[in-house]
Every structure is written in C-alpha cells, then in structure tokens.
Design a protein around this ligand. Structure first.
Ligand code: G3H
Ligand code: 13P
Ligand code: ZN
Length: 311
C-alpha cells in the first residue's frame, strides 16, 4: 500500500467518531516508535514534518524512512507538512510526494490568509494525485519553530464558512484553548477547552473535518523521569486526556501531538545515560527512547483517540 490521502482518513474518522493521531517526526527513532504503536493497535496514522524537522533531518531522508514504514507496516499512513509558512514550502512538499500539507496563515490578516490558503489549495488539488490541504483560523499560544505567540485568539465560528468556501481547504485547524509546548494552562486553574466554539463551528460546517493542534497531555510519568534525571520543568500542564477523547468523538478528526513524543524520548535518554555511566553506544539510549515513544503513542491511540482497529 502506498502513502494514503489524508482526506479519506479524516472522512472515515468523522463518520466513525474517532480522531487520527498526527505525530511529529524528526528522525528514524521517532518514525519507528510511532509506527510500532500503530502496528500494535492496527491504527491509521499521520506522520508530520515541521519546518524545523525538515531543516534538521532533510526531507528526502524523512520521506524515504516513512516509505520504509509503509512497506514494513502495511498500514494507512499519510505524510503531512506541519505549519507550512509559504506557498513555496507547500509546493516543495507536494512536488516531493507529501500526501497532505498545512498552510498556516493564521497570523496574517484575514484576507491574506484566505488568498495564501486558496493558492496552496489550487496547486495541491490540481496535483496528481490530489493532495489534502489544512488551513488555520484563530491562533494558538506557544512556540512553533522560531515563532512565539503569547496569547491565543479563539476561532470565530462566524468566519469559518466564508474561509472554507473561498479557500477550498479540506480540513481546518481551530483554536479552542490548546497551545503548543508543555505549558498550556495557568497553574492553579482548571484546564478547559471551548467546546461551545467547536460545536458552533461544526454546525456551520456539517461533515467537515476539524483539526486540533497543541494536543499533548504532558504525561506525568515522563515529567517525573525528566525531573528525576536532573531536568528542570516547572508547572508543565497538558490537555487532560478526557477533553481530547471528547473532541475526538465530535468533529475533531486529526489531533496533533509533538511535545509528548519529545518528552518521552528525551526523558528516557536522560535517565538511561545517567543510570549507565560507562555506556557510549548511542543505540542504547535511542532504543529506550524509541520504546517509550511506542508505549505513549499506543496509550494515546487506544485510550484517547479511539483509532485502534480502524486501519
Ligand atoms: O507545532 C509545532 C511543532 O511542535 C513543531 O515544532 O518546529 O520545533 O519542530 P518544531
Ligand atoms: P504539542 O506541542 O501540544 O505536542 O502540539 C503539537 C502540534 O500542534 C504540532 O503541530
Ligand atoms: Zn501545531
């Protein structure tokens, strides 16, 4: 089976009331760790590449490894550009075989976001095979690459129909209170998401797939491992898993997770290196990191996203 079109995956998820996990990859261990979890759960998955990961790993290498994962697993896997910032970046990914791209014009004035997104859709949809496009309305707080946004602005449901109609996007990322990174909510406050906005958006866009960014839960097990190995991490608060499960049963069909993969792998490597002073074989800490990525992704697929046995 070749890489699959993301839109087919999202439509199935919408109809059956679950979400597909979109996990960020940056090297062989992240790809293998995530794909092993999907194999164990017979789940579809989206592997996504940020601009930072493209610069780090070279997209040619990442694409070749993802193709190996498709061959190895036989699973439906989509390869997605995360937070594309320009027409050129999206075009580059489309031309090199990504099956889906995100064009993130959310920080631009509305009309500029519409125009940029429309241009990417025109190119992607005329490409053979069809490439799926994700747009964004509303901004998330947090850090994406070098861009740091201090305050989020929720998506205005009154704007979504116009945006989707004029751009032709296949899916839409909305801001309902999540943010990128490990520090998502103020300490001492109850983490909450604006499900009222999600409901309003889905009323205006019936049957249309919605995407949730900034959806790491910041698993306590790995926060503790990170701290016990001397790492500093104060007040890390993720999105409670029950809120993600609720969103997955609604119109949210794609849930983006990066920080949890980073934390599981980095905490594991720190602990391994600290516990094994005489080791100088990089495969050892990287192998433990890969195993813990599998463990946390398997947990998400089975207990949070609901995508087990949907491949
Ligand atoms: O949404 C952003 C992702 O977490 C990617 O982060 O650009 O540092 O790879 P990165
Ligand atoms: P997290 O930082 O919550 O993992 O979000 C990742 C993301 O949205 C990637 O686009
Ligand atoms: Zn994101």
């Amino acid at each position: 089976m070749p890489l699959v079109n993301e839109l087919d995956m999202l439509k199935k998820a919408y109809d059956e009331g679950y979400a597909v996990g979109a996990f960020n990859i940056c090297n062989m261990e992240t790809i293998q760790g995530i794909v092993e979890a999907a194999k164990l759960e017979r789940s579809p998955i989206i592997l996504q590449v940020s601009r930072g990961a493209r610069n780090y790993a070279n997209p040619l290498y990442l694409k070749a490894m993802v193709e190996a994962a498709v061959l190895d697993s036989g699973l439906p896997i989509a390869l997605h550009l995360d937070h594309g910032d320009s027409f050129e970046t999206c075009k580059d990914c489309i031309d090199s075989g990504f099956t889906s791209v995100m064009i993130d014009g959310s920080s631009l004035p509305y009309e500029e976001n519409v125009e940029l997104t429309r241009r990417v859709c025109e190119y992607a949809h005329n490409h053979v095979p069809y490439v799926t496009v994700e747009g964004e309305l509303g901004t998330l707080a947090g850090v994406e690459d070098e861009v740091s946004v201090e305050h989020s602005s929720y998506t205005d449901p009154n704007m979504v129909e116009d945006f989707v109609k004029r751009t032709g996007v296949d899916s839409l990322a909305i801001a309902i209170g999540t943010s990128h990174g490990a520090f998502k909510f103020k300490p001492g406050t109850k983490p909450m998401l604006r499900f009222d906005i999600l409901e309003e958006v889905s009323k205006r866009l019936p049957g249309f797939p919605i995407v949730l960014h900034g959806a790491s839960s910041v698993l306590q097990e790995y926060v503790s491992m990170f701290k016990e190995s001397g790492g500093e991490m104060k007040d890390a608060i993720g999105v409670p898993e029950e809120l993600l499960s609720k969103a997955a049963k609604m119109a949210v069909c794609k849930i983006n997770i990066d920080s949890d993969i980073r934390l599981a792998s980095y905490a594991s490597m720190r602990k391994y290196i600290l516990d094994n002073n005489s080791c100088f074989d990089p495969r050892k800490p990287l192998g433990v990191a890969r195993d813990n990525i599998t463990k946390s992704v398997q947990h998400k697929i089975r207990n949070v996203l609901g995508s087990s046995n949907r491949a």
